[in-house]
Design a protein around this ligand. Structure first.
Ligand code: NI
Length: 157
């Protein structure tokens, strides 16, 4: 396993629409291992492919209840609304309040290509939406009306 460099701020790779993952092989597994290690080392709760320069549709996430690896994720349904402070490992000096669905249902493939369904509420729903946005070149700042340069409350990214 190895730490990957996290792309920051105006890096153009953060603005690309990513392509699907088609090969479920050792190279993918290595990438997923590295992304999880990088996310934990940075004390984050999610990390998407383009943030480490891989323009493919995948992310890792751990909101405190275990690691999730999501490959070719698709949000199937959204319910309700929540507004909370958000940050991103690619924008270490910025925070902001973002309105997201309160609950989302997602389908994705695991590292072996098997499809699974995941339902998330609260922070988990927020994280699924944030990471899925990354795969479409969208970052949380696009949803923020007021950008904060210090967090108003301690918040994981
Ligand atoms: Ni992010």
């Amino acid at each position: 396993m190895a730490l990957r460099n996290i792309l920051k701020d105006e890096d153009p790779q953060l603005r690309k629409v990513c392509r699907p993952v088609t090969e479920f092989n050792e190279r993918l597994w290595q990438l997923l291992d590295d992304m999880a290690e990088t996310m934990y080392a940075a004390n984050g709760v999610g990390l998407a492919g383009p943030q480490v320069g891989i323009l493919r549709r995948l992310f890792v996430m751990d909101v405190g209840d275990g690691l999730v690896e999501a490959i070719n994720p698709e949000i199937l349904s959204e319910k309700g609304e929540q507004t909370d402070q958000e940050g991103c490992l690619s924008f270490p000096e910025k925070w902001g309040y973002v309105t997201r669905p309160q609950r989302v249902k997602m389908k994705a493939q695991d590292r072996n290509g098997k499809w699974f369904i995941l339902t998330g509420e609260d922070l988990k729903a927020r994280c699924i939406c944030h990471e899925t946005d990354h795969l479409n070149g969208v970052v949380f700042l696009d949803h923020v009306t007021e950008i904060l340069t210090t967090p108003r409350e301690p918040r994981k990214r």
